[in-house]
Ligand binder design. Structure first.
Ligand SMILES: O=P(O)(O)OC[C@H]1O[C@H](O)[C@H](O)[C@@H](O)[C@@H]1O
Length: 286
């Protein structure tokens, strides 16, 4: 079983946002990785049952944060260090008058990050949970006296009932890079993108809204609305790659699709003292 309940972890390792009505979100401080988002008790995120929780390896599933680099990185680990650093709770889960819950986590440079990437920075990750909705906002502050450059992405693993019946809407007409086949940009011609093999595609200049619909029992239809994340990666390892990964369920590829909003094609340059805000909002449409 995937560990997606608060009781699966020491209390000091997690942040639990709970509306008390079946809408909840669970974050692990390792990487500030969101590992569960439930709407009316239905889990919407995929987490591998073989994910390792050793506070070292990246968590396999949920929403790992790629920063300051998406993809292979000559200066450090793939997808950067944010997903494997311990984040700090700046504001613990706090309920407002409507029952909505807010929490804020932060990550700042330290000796280890500066040894890889010699910049001072602060990341502020704010989650606001309401009924059938979760807003995740990442603000990247350059706290250094020099400019810095980065790419970033929220690597969301959506849980689906049946990958064969899953569609991603909103990508038609976009150019994408197919990282599996390489080569030139391809134009997406489908209204509804389906995944039937190892997919690793970077869609460029996507609209702000994409919708993931999964198969029945339970049916899910999740709208992802992004801000300042112009690119969308669609990834599924499929059978062979799933087996090759030690921390991925062999059959898990049938129950997930990664739809990852990011700023990855063109890096951001932040001058000293400036900041970049980006966000994704999940809304359950059912
Ligand atoms: O195994 P990870 O480092 O978590 O990366 C998992 C995947 O992340 C993204 O979707 C990339 O586009 C893929 O190329 C990569 O395989």
């Amino acid at each position: 079983m995937a560990k997606q309940e608060p009781g699966d972890f020491p209390a000091g390792d997690i942040v639990f946002l709970d509306r008390g009505d079946g809408n909840s979100a669970l974050l692990h401080l390792h990487g500030a990785t969101l590992i569960s988002w439930k709407c009316h008790s239905v889990e919407n995120l995929f987490l591998s049952s073989t994910s390792v929780f050793d506070n070292k390896k990246a968590i396999r599933g949920g929403v790992p944060i790629a920063f300051p680099n998406f993809g292979p990185w000559p200066l450090g680990p793939q997808h950067g260090f944010a997903r494997i650093k311990r984040w700090t709770v700046a504001v613990p889960p706090t309920k407002d008058a409507h029952g909505d819950v807010l929490a804020v986590l932060t990550l700042e440079d330290d000796e280890e990050t500066r040894a890889m990437w010699d910049y001072k920075f602060k990341l502020v990750y704010t989650l606001v949970l309401s009924e059938k909705k979760l807003v995740s906002t990442l603000v990247i502050h350059n706290t250094d006296t020099k400019s810095l450059g980065f790419t970033t992405l929220l690597h969301t693993y959506f849980r689906v009932s049946d990958i064969d019946k899953t569609t991603v809407e909103g990508l038609k007409g976009l150019k994408y890079i197919d990282k599996i086949t390489g080569g030139k940009d391809v134009i997406e011609t489908r209204d509804l993108v389906t995944v039937d093999r190892n997919y690793d595609r970077v869609y460029k200049d996507a609209p702000q809204i994409v919708v993931i619909s999964s198969g029945p029992e339970p049916s899910r239809k999740i709208e992802v609305k992004s801000f300042n994340f112009p690119d969308v990666v669609v990834w599924n390892p499929w059978d062979v790659k799933a087996k090759e990964m030690g921390d991925f369920d062999d059959e898990g590829y049938k129950e997930m699709v990664c739809v990852e909003v990011g700023k990855v094609v063109t890096p951001v340059t932040l001058t000293a003292g400036s900041q970049y805000e980006c966000s994704q909002t999940f809304t359950s449409m059912l």
